[in-house]
Write a protein that binds this ligand. Structure first.
Ligand code: OOG
Ligand code: MG
Length: 261
């Protein structure tokens, strides 16, 4: 960790201020070329502490950059992780105000809602045992970096571009569906704009949850009962503008939608 604790705090404050002001920043690595992944997650932790101090509640976690489509779109070769709070959580069908966002994009994901804690060293069977239900989700990402261009440390410091998310559809027990072969159609204003099968996420979306559990364990944290976990965009993310209606249709899990104004 090349950065000291004052620098970590200052960068978290800078990202927080950019989010609140709906303005963009340049990549942190331009100013701090040595900034590494431990620094990035320390900044993310400091950002989370700022949110919680304002009254947000931690409701779960997000895995990101877990499909090839996302890695290619963003030019990275590894997944990353972030957190979800009550302020980011919107009801199914919600209208999202664009005023609070810079250049939002929407992703279709499978969400796991846990019914039991999950240790850092776990298997796909452990993830399925700990999962109360799976549901379709839309995530709204909004990078605080200019032109949505970043590197892995910069984006993880910015909570993996987390902005809003919605879960919906039909909650299903995880063993009642084949989580590898669920067809996913992401629609914009009624027309399909991206399609894939759920195995696009690390061969099985539960593998993203395993990687997250390992990441948290290395940082002294664990997944808890009740946590909502987004397993990552199955297709590339789709930019949205005022008036757009986004819907994900996920085989066996129903659909989930959101509108932008
Ligand atoms: C990083 C976040 C990616 C996902 O599901 O892959 C993400 C980004 O692309 O800005 O949430
Ligand atoms: Mg995502």
């Amino acid at each position: 960790m090349p950065l000291n604790s004052q620098q970590i705090e200052a960068l978290a404050a800078r990202i927080d201020a950019a989010q609140l002001a709906v303005s963009t920043l340049s990549k942190l690595t331009l100013e701090f070329p040595d900034l590494d992944m431990p620094d990035a997650y320390a900044i993310q932790d400091a950002l989370r502490a700022r949110y919680l101090a304002r009254g947000d509640r931690l409701v779960g976690y997000k895995c990101g950059l877990t499909s090839r489509a996302k890695m290619i779109q963003m030019g990275v070769d590894q997944p990353g992780y972030g957190f979800l709070t009550s302020r980011m959580w919107c009801p199914d069908g919600a209208v999202v105000a664009l005023e609070a966002l810079v250049h939002p994009r929407v992703e279709a994901e499978v969400a796991f809602v846990l019914g039991a804690p999950l240790a850092g060293d776990c298997s796909i069977a452990d993830v399925l045992n700990a999962t109360d239900y799976v549901v379709p989700a839309l995530e709204v990402i909004d990078s605080r970096y200019a032109a949505f261009k970043f590197d892995l440390p910069s984006v993880m410091a910015d909570n993996a571009s987390g902005a809003r998310f919605v879960i919906g559809g039909r909650p299903r027990p995880p063993r009642s569906v084949d989580l590898r072969t669920l067809g996913v159609v992401l629609e914009k204003n009624g027309a399909p704009v991206a399609l894939a099968a759920s195995a696009a996420v690390m061969n099985h979306p539960a593998n993203a949850i395993i990687a997250l559990a390992r990441h948290l364990a290395a940082r002294g944290a664990t997944l808890a009962a009740g946590d909502i976990v987004l397993s990552g965009g199955i297709t590339e993310a789709i930019p949205v503008a005022a008036g757009d209606f986004m819907r994900a249709r996920v085989q066996d899990l129903g659909d989930v939608s959101i509108r932008f104004e």
